[in-house]
Design a protein around this ligand. Structure first.
Ligand code: HEM
Length: 226
């Protein structure tokens, strides 16, 4: 009897702790995601909004950017909108409290961010630094970005919330390529690998693993939960 009454609150406090961990981990990852996205978008907006085009990229890239300035600016400014708005679309609290805001931000994310940013990205992928491997890598990313965005939109128009969530998870994992690309870039620079060697690899590495993680870690779990 005594043992039962003593152990009962312990079990209760343990489950409270683990419950707290279960909510703290996703919340911390959400803040980290927001911080990384806002950091990359903020830096891009600052550099491309205040400095001559392509000042911080390879001279060959800069020359190509100068020749195609409208497409490059459209890509960077529109994609930054997607990067900033994206994390907010996954906030359950915001979605429940302000559903209209979720809808409007979703429309801006898809139209201004993915549609404009993706089409401009597809256009500039043709002259990406590093030749065919880079061009095909970025083009495939742009097509996947546009396709998953269109599927997310069509599924919510059909009121299929589960499918909408799945497509948005896939789509945002691709938006997040802007962050992962810059993380790998810093790692390759730190390892002193030559830019011309690793850049074509980056055009694939920045998004293929993201999509796999989105599928296995998030969508697969969602499927099991039903
Ligand atoms: C997910 C789809 C995306 C595709 C297909 C894509 C494609 C590209 C391509 C092809 C380039 C030119 C690279 C070169 O010339 O070698 C580029 C550059 C750039 N993109 Fe994206 N991009 C995407 C997402 C984003 C996002 C979400 C941002 C948000 C900040 C972004 C910001 C930039 C910037 C700032 C550059 C110029 C290079 C630099 O200053 O680092 N892109 N992108």
């Amino acid at each position: 009897m005594v043992r039962t009454t003593k152990s009962a609150p312990q079990v209760l406090s343990l489950s409270n702790n683990s419950q707290r961990m279960v909510t703290l981990i996703p919340r911390a990852s959400w803040w980290l995601t927001l911080l990384l996205c806002a950091g990359v978008a903020g830096y891009a907006l600052w550099v491309y909004g205040t400095m001559p085009i392509g000042v911080e990229v390879h001279p060959d890239m800069q020359a190509a950017f100068e020749r195609n300035a409208p497409a490059v600016y459209s890509h960077i400014f529109a994609s930054s909108i997607a990067l900033i708005l994206g994390p907010f679309q996954f906030s359950t609290r915001l979605r429940k409290r302000l559903p209209d805001l979720h809808r409007w931000m979703g429309r801006i994310y898809l139209l201004a961010g993915i549609f404009v940013g993706g089409l401009a990205g597809l256009y500039i992928a043709r002259f990406a630094y590093g030749g065919l491997v880079t061009s095909v890598g970025f083009s495939a990313l742009a097509i996947a970005w546009l396709f998953t965005g269109a599927m997310a939109y069509l599924s919510i128009r059909n009121r299929d919330v589960i499918a909408h969530r799945r497509w948005m998870i896939r789509n945002f994992s691709l938006t997040f390529a802007a962050v992962t690309l810059r993380i790998y870039l810093a790692m390759f620079f730190a390892a002193k690998v030559e830019f011309g060697v690793f850049y074509p690899l980056l055009a694939w590495l920045c998004w293929v693993p993201n999509l796999l993680v989105a599928e296995w870690l998030f969508n697969d779990r969602l499927l099991k939960r039903g």
